[in-house]
Design a protein around this ligand. Structure first.
Ligand code: DAH
Length: 366
């Protein structure tokens, strides 16, 4: 009896003193393992007379229960301490500045697309998208260029060898204008969208690449006129180039999908071999540079897109994103945009933390 009591006390003390799960397991084997002293004591009960057993059993049973409880409690405590210790060891202070040099950068085209979206969102425009693999109906026909239209030939189109399931020619879109058609068909009027994205033409030199970027704009509403177009583009360019002295010139032109059509020129001067947008193009030391096409949406296009021309009018415009990125950030060779040279990206790229916002400025510098 005393033996069991002192052995139990010793075991409980050893369990309390255990500093690791391994040490605890050794204590468990010592007492409760197959050859542990409690297990052996329990075995002796079988050889006893009923009276002896009744007298001896409770002490052994309660020793076993006390030791098992102590083991379990200690195990939980050791595990909790280990977790605490691990959490403390693996703490990261997120308020510290990053030590590693930042890798990668935001491409100027992506940056300018974000800037465009930010400025036009403020003017109430939503961003629309359409497929880069288009059919000739959306890319040409619905934009008032039927099969025989000479403008089709000017687009240097990449065609796919196969036709669509409904027998249309499939191509890489040559401009973002088909998104006008898709937006009108999908959402009806009124509409106020921009559609930035990739376009493709079989053409390549210092100012042309087979893939380049455009942003389309489309406003359809009641009583829309050219004045709205001019104000919108002027307001956009002032915000984009972050200067008030932007002067636009609308020059009569021709596009099949607009009537009347205008080409948009911006006044600029040349400083240190670099074109700087601003000022009147006819002022001394200044000239005009073409930056996009636009006009009032042709009534035939509205009809193709399911809108009633007597009820709705609108304007559309198309700008070259790469072009305005070059103007704003001073690159002179378009091809370098798509070479993927890390040195070029390190120089002209933007920090991912440099999100363009109207409040902080859309003129982030590399
Ligand atoms: N889609 C024309 C092009 O790529 C650009 C353009 C001109 C778009 C006039 C327009 C527009 O929306 O009204 O050459």
């Amino acid at each position: 009896m005393t033996d069991i009591t002192s052995q139990t006390e010793a075991a409980l003390a050893a369990i309390a003193a255990a500093t690791s799960l391994d040490a605890l397991e050794a204590e468990r084997l010592e007492a409760l393992g197959k050859k542990g002293w409690v297990s052996l004591a329990l075995k002796t009960l079988g050889g006893m007379s009923p009276e002896e057993r009744t007298a001896a059993a409770p002490a052994i049973q309660s020793a076993r229960a006390a030791i098992a409880d102590a083991l379990e409690a200690k195990k939980a405590a050791l595990e909790a301490a280990a977790l605490e210790e691990q959490l403390a060891r693996e703490t990261i202070d997120l308020t510290l500045p990053a030590v590693a040099a930042p890798k990668g950068s935001v491409h100027p085209v992506s940056q300018v697309m974000d800037e465009l979206a930010e400025i036009f969102a403020d003017l109430g425009f939503a961003v629309a998208t359409g497929p880069e693999i288009e059919d000739d109906w959306h890319n040409f026909t619905a934009l008032n260029m039927d099969e025989t239209h000479p403008a089709r030939a000017m687009h240097d189109t990449f065609y796919f060898p196969d036709k669509s399931a409904d027998g249309k020619d499939i191509l890489l879109r040559t401009h973002t204008s088909p998104v006008q058609i898709r937006s009108m068909l999908e959402q009806g009027a009124p509409i106020r969208i921009i559609a930035p994205g990739r376009v493709y033409r079989s053409d390549s030199d210092a100012t042309h690449t087979p893939m380049f970027h455009q942003v389309e704009g489309l406003v359809i509403d009641k009583d829309i006129h050219l004045g709205h177009l001019k104000w919108t583009l002027e307001t956009f360019f002032k915000a984009f180039f972050e200067r008030e002295d932007i002067v636009l010139r609308l020059r009569p032109s021709y596009f099949p999908f607009t009537e009347p059509s205008v080409e948009v020129d911006v006044g600029y001067s040349t400083e240190g071999g670099r074109r700087v947008v601003g000022g009147h193009g006819d002022a001394p030391g200044h000239a005009w540079m073409e930056i996009g096409g636009s006009g009032m949406v042709n009534a035939r296009v509205l009809e193709f897109a399911g809108l009633e021309p007597g009820e709705w009018q609108g304007f559309a415009f198309g700008l070259g994103i790469d072009r305005i990125a070059m103007l704003k950030y001073g690159m002179n060779d378009l091809r370098a945009f798509f070479d993927g040279d890390p040195r070029w990206l390190a120089h002209y790229g933007f920090s991912p933390f440099d999100q363009p916002t109207l409040s902080a400025g859309v003129g982030a510098k590399a």
